[in-house]
Design a binder for this molecule. Sequence first.
Ligand code: CP
Ligand code: NVA
Length: 309
Amino acid sequence: MRHFLDLESTGAEALRLILDEAKRRKQARAGRPKGAADDDVPLAGHMLAAIFEKSSTRTRVSFDMAMRQLGGSAMILSSADMQLGRGETIEDTARVLSRFVDAISLRTNGHDKVEALAAASGVPVINMLTDSGHPCQIVADLMTVEERLGRSVTGTVWTWLGDGNNVCQSLIEAAGLLGYEMRLSVPAAYDPDDAVVARAEARGARIVVERNPEAAVAGADVIVTDTWVSMGQSGAAQRMVAMGPYQVTEALMAKANPSAIFLHCLPAHRGEEVVDAVMDGPQSAVWDEAENRVHAQKAILLWCLNKLG
Ligand code: CP
Ligand code: NVA
């Protein structure tokens, strides 16, 4: 069974297949009304149960739109309204939902929870964000970079600024699979997991820690950041102080390649990790990146449900 829990276990071949399908489907429906179905509807009659234990705008709407455009439907569920919120186990929830639906997706804290869901599930499970990773987001990010730069991500240089968080870790995994350089410009106490870095390096990726943000962005093709305080994290005041020097400003963008683009998974905290002039500036690709979530989700769903590759 094809679960989509992290990029490392998905592998390079499947990730490339998913990326190309996302681009193909985006092009095929250019100019169509957003509610219109795709030309083909390979998920007709299929149902996704999407469970959220944390807030979401993009992920919940893009999964719902993706299922509709592919001919299926999604049930958007809040764990607080489910028996899961009153102590029913994740395994029993998986066993029951597997009898009803064709795929389950989960946004939660611990990565072990999404793994436990997958282990007990009779249908594919998709990680919609855990404290360890956000693989669906990275499919949209990779797609956006290839669209905007007009070439493969392989061989490009990315600089991550701020917190070495879940999104950062999934980008490092993708660097290992697709072969791009990741420069990590984060305060020492907020480094990503060593094991994630080691796995990407073992695959031949160049992962460089450069704590000076100006040196880190020099010659980069992609500048990427995220909130300094992820959902569920404490120590906001301390984080603001430590990450202050890593704010993405116009002056910092000017030190990257002239063709460099700015990415942010959103939601952005304007005036914290990024200033308005960058978010709304000519190098910002954040709205394309957000739109690409729906195209990416489709390809992920199709791969999980054995309709791709
Ligand atoms: N980027 C992202 O996952 O956004 P949401 O939290 O709104 O889903
Ligand atoms: N790092 C952020 C991403 C939100 C989409 C968080 O986990 O809150």
